[in-house]
Structures are given as C-alpha cells and as structure tokens.
Design a protein around this ligand. Sequence first.
Ligand SMILES: [Cu+2]
Length: 202
Amino acid sequence: MTRTSRFLAASAASLVMLSMAGTCNAAAEHAHAAVASAAAPAAAAAPAPADKMVHADVIGLDGKSLGMVMLQETPAGVLVSTDLKGLPEGNHGFHFHQKGLCDTAEKFNTSGGHFAGGDHQHGYMVMKGPHGGDMPNQHVGPDGMLKTQILNTGVTLSPGPKSLFDADGTALVIHAGVDDYTSQPAGNAGGRIACGVISKAQ
Ligand SMILES: [Cu+2]
C-alpha cells in the first residue's frame, strides 16, 4: 500500500470513529487514539536524505571483511549500528578516528588519533572529555559477533566541526583492549584490530 493510500484508509477509519463520537465519550477517546496512530506511520515512512546515512565495510588486520557498520543521522545524534563477526571475545575500545584510511600494513595506524570534534580530551571520566569519536566499550561474546546500536551525540553527518564527513574522512576503529575512559590520548585500549572508512562517497 502506498503512503497516500494508507493515509486515506487511516483517515476513513478516523472519520468512522469520529461519527460515533457523538454517542459516547469512550468512542471519542478511541477516535483520538486512531488519529494519533494514523499519523505515526506516515512520519516514520519519511525517507532519510541520502547523505544522512552511510554504510561502511569493516575489515580486520588480514584485510578481510568483518561485516558492516551503518551510521544514520537522527535529531538526537548519529545512530551507529553494527553487524560484525569474527572479532575476538572480550571487551573492546570502540571509536571514530581522524582519517578515513584503514591500511592493514600499518596496523590501521593510518586512521590517526581519535576524532575530537573540537577542543576535547579523551574519555568519559575526564573533565575536558570526551572526544566526539568516543563511544562505550563493546562486548563480543564467544561467537565473535557484534550486533549492537550506539547513539553518538558528539558527532554528526551534517557539515560543521563535529562532522564525520570532513575533508579526509574518518574511520571506525575497534581496539584489541579496553578503553579505560581516562588515559590520554586514547584510553590505553591497545592495538587496532578492525577498521572501517567513513566517507560520503561510500
Ligand atoms: Cu580508538
């Protein structure tokens, strides 16, 4: 059913409910509920602009794909959704880094330091933190999979100093160890084991 026809169907249902509203208050309450529920699907169906969503392939140190990460701009921040496998069990630092370069020969160090998004230090536990690219540690179970969603309020896909779409791109990086949320400049999270280039061109 198209969005227009669904709206018309919902409106027709509302009219029926409204015509009954004169007979009792309970029916009037139902009519309000019908109108509210009719409006919700139309709003949810509005497509996100093409530049407000990006998919990135994430690779391991052997250069093979570990899956995808999807970033979606929302009014509250960037929603980061992961669909990854083949990761080592345990807790891992999880950040956006400064450059969109995932060079396996350089062990992903080509992605630079953390994306700061302004004058910020690293970590949730420091007064001048966190970096825009800081996100909570992520837990991988025995199956090696990481399927999760994180809302990052320190970055955006829109233009500006917090934009992940800056001139040299950015990268999603997963570390071997745990981010202590305190140590500078990167939480002492160890080596980099997975990397995904974030760029508008992808
Ligand atoms: Cu990092």
